[in-house]
Design a protein around this ligand. Structure first.
Ligand code: NAD
Ligand code: WQD
Length: 346
């Protein structure tokens, strides 16, 4: 049987590479595209070394129609037309998005618009979209479920995720055969347990775990815990940290769900998280326990724009995608640390 071809946009990035491995393991044929605005070709080579199929890669920009035409046409001519798309390609730095709103809108929203247009032209009707729990802002009820309203976003990044979800919903309404899974990730952490692929943030990391790992590796000064006077169990913020390989496997379930279950039935949003809220201080404690390393940290002021506490009600993904997280926080932290040690060696 010929396997179905899945195009992964942003396929050289953190979640894209891990998902490509999971897709290949599940028997899909994987094609990647990326413009390397936040990644490097070495990650494509690394993931190629992990799978037993050739993985075509295109240096291409989602905003560029002729780039996308080249990808869809070439694969079709090779006899492997693209059957579905997983769309990771986006800029994701929250702070930068506030400084460069037009860049974020044109890249994230413009890229999605262009992709939808080409998918329509080629009769590709299944799209898995990378959304974020950031669409909920500071939710009224936690754990937050998918019916929780979108609140005005603190950042342009968050706005682009809300806008893309609406764009995709409109596309589904206008195109009867189209369907999409809008996957709202909570906080992905970790790396592939082999430490062959992982996250390589550029510059000073904004996110907790990459900063923490670099602080432990003495590549940076101590971690600052942003805020210790929040109305939470220990005063620090609470998040839902899920392992990137669990997240990768959710994409495999989601694309299968679009092909087999909902064909042409519009859009469905899914929270992807563990369902458990963990504080920043608890993360530090778990990291020290699992790795045996001391985390250098100081207690600091609140970071502007931070949500106090959010974690997922992920029951819908469990019931409808048959997906739930299998890996622990400790496993995620350990895999992040192994990956950091490998990066430090190079
Ligand atoms: P990443 O930066 O590692 O990967 C994104 C990839 O997309 C990069 O390789 C980048 O070069 C590429 N890219 C960006 N714009 C492009 C364009 N116009 N054309 C082609 N390629 C382009 O980020 P990630 O953490 O893997 O995130 C993947 C997706 O998941 C993003 O859409 C992000 O917004 C979303 N997301 C991430 C998180 C997180 O914490 N990592 C949480 C929620 C949602
Ligand atoms: C986690 C917790 C910080 C750094 C961001 C985006 C969101 C989504 C995931 C893409 C918070 C605290 C952090 C540090 C700290 N991305 N922290 N010291 O803010 O939950 O979400 O990434 O969609 O849209 O906003 O993740 O990793 O930055 O922070 O104390 O040096 O760690 O205050 O409580 P966040 P994060």
């Amino acid at each position: 049987m010929t396997s179905l071809t899945i195009l992964v946009t942003g396929g050289a990035g953190y979640i894209g590479t891990h998902t490509a491995v999971a897709l290949a393991e599940a028997g899909f044929r994987v094609v990647l595209l990326d413009n390397f605005s936040n990644s490097e070709f070495s990650m494509v080579q690394a993931l190629r070394s992990m799978v037993d199929q050739e993985v075509p890669f295109y240096e291409a920009d989602c905003r560029n129609k002729s780039d996308l035409l080249r990808v869809f046409n070439t694969e079709k001519e090779k006899g492997h037309p693209i059957s579905g798309v997983i769309h990771f390609a986006a800029l994701k730095a929250v702070g930068e998005s506030v400084e460069k709103p037009e860049l974020y809108k044109s890249n994230n929203i413009g890229g999605t618009e262009c992709l939808l247009e080409i998918m329509k032209e080629f009769g590709v009707h299944s799209l898995v979209f990378s959304s974020s729990c950031t669409v909920y802002g500071e939710p009224e009820n936690i754990p937050v479920d998918e019916r929780s309203p979108f609140l005005p976003s603190e950042s342009t990044y968050g706005y682009t995720k809300q806008a893309c979800e609406k764009l995709i919903e409109n596309h589904a309404e206008e195109n009867g055969e189209f369907s999409s899974a809008l996957l709202r990730y909570f906080n992905p952490i970790g790396a592939h347990p082999s430490a062959i692929i992982g996250e390589s943030p550029r510059g000073i990391p904004n996110n907790l775990i990459p900063f923490l790992c670099q602080a432990v590796a003495k590549l940076r000064g101590p971690l600052t815990v942003f805020g210790t006077d929040y109305p939470t169990k220990d005063g620090s913020c609470i998040r839902d940290y899920l392992h990137v390989m669990d997240l990768a496997e959710a994409h495999v379930k989601a694309i299968g769900y679009l092909f087999e279950i909902v064909k042409g039935k519009g859009c469905r949003a899914f929270n992807l998280g563990t369902g458990t809220g963990v504080s920043v201080l608890e993360v530090i404690d778990a990291f020290e326990r699992v790795t045996g390393e001391k985390v250098p940290y100081t207690l600091g002021d609140r970071r502007e724009g931070d949500v106090v506490a959010i974690w997922a009600n992920a029951e819908r993904a469990k019931e409808e995608l048959k997906w739930e997280t299998k890996r622990s926080l400790e496993q995620g932290l350990n895999d992040s640390w192994n990956w950091q040690q490998k990066l430090s060696e190079n």
